[in-house]
Design a binder for this molecule. Sequence first.
Ligand SMILES: Cc1cc2nc3c(=O)[nH]c(=O)nc-3n(C[C@H](O)[C@H](O)[C@H](O)COP(=O)(O)O)c2cc1C
Length: 192
Amino acid sequence: MEVLTLVAHPQHESFTYTLADAFEAGIADAGHFSVRIDLYERYFSALVSEDEMRLWEVGAVPDDVAQYQEMLGSTDALALIYPVWWGMPPAILVGWLQRVLTQGFAFENGRQRTGLLEMPAQIIATIGSKDRPIERLFESYFSDLLGVFAYCGMHPHPPLACWGLNAATHESVRNDYINAARMCGNNLFSAA
Ligand SMILES: Cc1cc2nc3c(=O)[nH]c(=O)nc-3n(C[C@H](O)[C@H](O)[C@H](O)COP(=O)(O)O)c2cc1C
């Protein structure tokens, strides 16, 4: 089966890329394959234009979005791999979701359009701060995206949150996250 893996980081040497490689290795271990969409490498335009909103009114989308909808409509799973920036994914990824998951494609009239997007979904995120459950950082960082998945009828696995990443992070901690990302790829098609 196929996984569409979106990677959103401007630096190839980032830990986000390392985790993307590990995740895709896990997918391959399980006998599946990944199609990677590197949003920065593709110079994806995150901005919804006025013309684009006019197209929405007649149920249409621009060509670049149509291309991604075709890919998403024919894949079996979706993965988002990114760093947390001010509690959110990078703008380029938020823009991808806002432009590609349009009404009539990803959902219809407020009701889930299951069958189109009834697919497993996985978030893998790198985060600078340590986990702080009392401040409910996990909920704060992931509830919006999980809500988007749910609204579109997808079945998300729990996000892999890679906390406490900075220049001083010990190699053993990084290796644990790399192994966890690989397991996410391995288990993607197990029940979410
Ligand atoms: C613009 C910006 C905003 C950030 N905001 C947050 C934040 O809200 N919470 C947090 O814990 N870390 C934050 N960080 C730290 C990043 O999450 C961290 O540097 C990154 O995940 C490290 O992994 P990478 O090698 O994949 O970039 C921010 C970093 C940048 C550059």
